[in-house]
Design a protein around this ligand. Structure first.
Ligand code: SAH
Ligand code: SF4
Ligand code: F3S
Length: 486
């Protein structure tokens, strides 16, 4: 499910960034710029929204160091792949892409290939020293060092930085929006994860959880609004554990500073402007409190949509997964959502065939899906990841055939539920934020309703960035089709 993005920004942006944000680092930037100016960088991203958001930070760092950009890998002096390690097949895809770039390098031996992100962090120098597939390795907390790594490589040193940090949030770096529709943008609010779900590699690749200061988050939202953006998505592996100036035990760290939890942060961002829509991802069932639901119900511009990954519908499997909740707890959270926000769209993540999962336990996942009737789901079969708790403690004993068959059952059921959910929308009118032309026709616009379902409608006099009332007349399992009403 990996996506693809390329670097795209103008020289004007680079100058603005230097003026506004980098004064303190001006001398260093000038020195770097002398040697790097005119070099071209190409960036490709895989994995989750956080990785795509990180690529926008990398673009900004490279621009400040003097790099020009290209959307064409053939033109590039430096190729950077921002990678994902969540499942084995994600890594296989990236390996193939690296091999392809290496084959092309025969014609142009000076081309530099760098690997960033979670796979870089997981494999450290292996891809450089043993497999010789890359020249540069930079983990998720090492992006400020990227220009230096390019220079170090030129002077014959080993260009690897996979140090994880306890406090890096890239808070003051102005991301350069890549492949942006100019309407919606991501804002990272936390980095890392402390949860240690037993199947998950993220705590190893992204390090300890840390929150970014609320002032820089609100400032970024305001800046986006002033530039014409109308929707921001606040990103973190577990947004509910956002905390500013509050220790893990709940104590105030600095008595002179404000304390902010996730519900309070949501409110601050909602107050930026009533015409700025707020989304967030990912919520964690063990941490999502009623305070968040209450704030969501109070502010019209916080979207009625929650992504609440369940992973499994069986409490014993959830315990082995170290998720920190039971089936009943999860279903109670769903009830709370429906109580506070009756029209809320709900989506989830599901893993089939986790270590020891029996046929009955798999049936519990299907029955939970029946109970909740998700509007949308991301579904995977279990892929064992090195170093995780599950790899060390449990046997990956469900056959690939069973994992895949269970996944197919989950996908088939979800398709029915998505269709049911969309059929219920027919006959209703939604406020939709137009994001751009529909895939099929430049006479039609598309955009999401508050519940995050894509709607398609005739353009008339509307344009990207407008809020439009759309009466839904028809649907598929993925899209609502409608007409604009005043
Ligand atoms: N922080 C989010 C999820 C991040 S990873 C959360 O806690 O829900 C996105 C999804 O990938 C997970 O929700 C899970 O469903 C899936 N995933 C993670 N590790 C996996 C693995 N080893 N095998 C299969 N799917 C996995
Ligand atoms: Fe992984 Fe769990 Fe953290 Fe999500 S909450 S990133 S699944 S360890
Ligand atoms: Fe992949 Fe890393 Fe995101 S492993 S899912 S890119 S946090």
């Amino acid at each position: 499910m990996s996506k693809f993005a390329t670097l795209n920004f103008s020289m004007q942006n680079q100058t603005e960034l230097l003026d506004e944000n980098q004064q303190g680092e001006a001398t260093m930037v000038e020195q770097l710029s002398d040697r790097l100016t005119g070099k071209k960088v190409y960036l490709e991203s895989y994995g989750c929204q956080m990785n795509f958001s990180d690529s926008e930070i990398v673009a900004s760092i490279m621009a400040n160091a003097g790099f020009e950009t290209t959307r064409n890998a053939n033109d590039a002096d430096v190729i950077l792949l921002n990678t994902c390690a969540i499942r084995d097949n994600a890594e296989q895809r990236i390996r193939n892409r690296l091999k392809q770039f290496n084959a092309e390098k025969v014609q142009n031996p000076n081309k530099v290939i760098g690997i960033l992100g979670c796979m870089a962090e997981r494999l450290k120098s292996q891809l450089l020293e043993e497999e010789k597939l890359v020249d540069i390795v930079a983990g998720p907390d090492a992006y400020r060092d990227l220009p230096n790594l390019v220079l170090e490589l030129e002077s014959g040193q080993k260009a690897v930085n996979v140090l994880l940090s306890r406090d890096e949030t890239y808070a003051e770096i102005s991301p350069i929006r890549l492949d942006s529709n100019g309407v919606s943008a991501f804002i990272s609010i936390t980095r890392g994860c402390d949860n240690m779900c037993s199947f998950c590699v993220v705590p190893f690749t992204r390090g300890r959880e840390r929150s970014r200061g609320p002032k820089s988050i609100v400032a970024e939202a305001l800046d986006l609004f002033e530039k014409g953006y109308r929707e921001v998505t606040l990103l973190g592996q577990n947004v509910d554990s956002y905390r500013w100036n509050i220790s893990k035990k709940g104590e105030i760290v600095d008595s002179m500073d404000e304390t902010v939890n996730f519900a309070q942060l949501l409110e601050k961002v909602a107050l930026v402007n009533p015409d700025l829509r707020i989304r967030f991802s990912t919520s964690h069932p063990k941490d999502m409190g009623n305070d968040v639901l209450e704030i969501m119900s109070r502010y019209e511009n916080i979207c009625d949509y929650i992504h609440l990954p369940v992973q499994s519908g069986n409490s014993d499997v959830l315990h082995k997964m170290n998720r920190g909740y039971t089936r009943d707890w999860y279903l109670e959270r769903i009830n709370a959502i429906r109580k506070y926000i009756p029209e809320c769209g709900i989506s989830t993540d599901i893993i089939t065939g986790f270590c020891g999962e029996s046929e009955e336990q798999h049936q519990d996942t299907l029955s939970l899906m029946e109970a909740v009737k998700y509007d949308y789901a991301y579904m995977f079969f279990y892929s064992e990841r090195p170093k995780t708790l599950a790899e060390r403690k449990y046997t990956d004993d469900v056959s690939l055939e069973d994992k895949k068959r269970r996944l197919a059952e989950v996908i088939a059921l979800q398709k029915v539920h998505s269709m049911e959910s969309n059929k219920k929308a027919v006959g209703k009118t939604y406020r939709v934020l137009a994001e751009g032309y529909s895939k099929r026709s430049s006479e039609q616009l598309c955009g999401r309703n508050s519940q995050n379902v894509m709607c398609v409608f005739d353009k008339k006099d509307y344009k990207k960035g407008d809020y439009v009332n759309v009466f839904i007349t028809d649907c598929t399992s993925g899209t609502l089709i409608g007409e604009t009403v005043v």
